[in-house]
Design a protein around this ligand. Structure first.
Ligand code: SF4
Ligand code: SF4
Length: 162
């Protein structure tokens, strides 16, 4: 009998405490966001999707060499002596033609190590994080726009040897 009334007592106290907690939070501002209508402002150094401003890329391959997951594939060839000189926007001469510059974001671990050695600062981490796709192949980004002039041997993966 005593247990019966003790259980009733605990039940009432528990409900009262719960209602009190609810009442306390009734007038506090909400912290949840109505995503995707509302989004967090990510910090400037947030790491999400990689981007290469390919017109500034000199094809040096330093990014590919440092990548711990080998997700950057670069193929280059020397520009011909008969071709006009071109420069990156910081004035660095571009002596290689980068005809393959692929990043497989499915392998990327977002360490950003590839961005630090880039001499022309063209490879950057962006804050873009909404890039879901239905096909994994769509996570391989092809940045190169040039075509090779020389006859290609078998494709080589990883950092360029040139
Ligand atoms: S962020 Fe890291 S894993 Fe991703 S491409 Fe750059 S070096 Fe490779
Ligand atoms: S380190 Fe920069 S310039 Fe060199 S290949 Fe990579 S993206 Fe291009």
């Amino acid at each position: 009998m005593l247990n019966y009334f003790r259980e009733i007592y605990y039940g009432i106290v528990t409900v009262a405490i719960s209602m009190w907690m609810t009442l306390c939070h009734l007038f506090t501002p909400a912290v949840t966001l109505q995503y995707p209508t509302v989004k967090w402002n990510l910090p400037d150094r947030a790491r999400a999707r990689l981007f290469n401003k390919i017109e500034d890329c000199i094809g040096c391959g330093q990014c590919a060499r440092v990548c711990p997951t080998d997700c950057i594939i670069i193929e280059t060839e020397k520009r011909g002596k008969d071709e006009p000189e071109i420069f990156a926007s910081d004035g660095t001469p571009i002596k290689l033609r980068t005809y393959v510059f692929d990043i497989d974001m499915t392998k990327c671990c977002y360490c950003a190590l590839c961005t630090f050695p880039c001499p022309t600062y063209c490879l950057v981490m962006t804050k873009e994080y909404e890039y879901s796709v239905y096909d994994k192949k769509d996570h391989i980004y092809h940045f190169a726009v040039d075509e090779p002039r020389l006859v290609k041997a078998a494709p080589q993966h990883g950092a360029p040897k040139a």
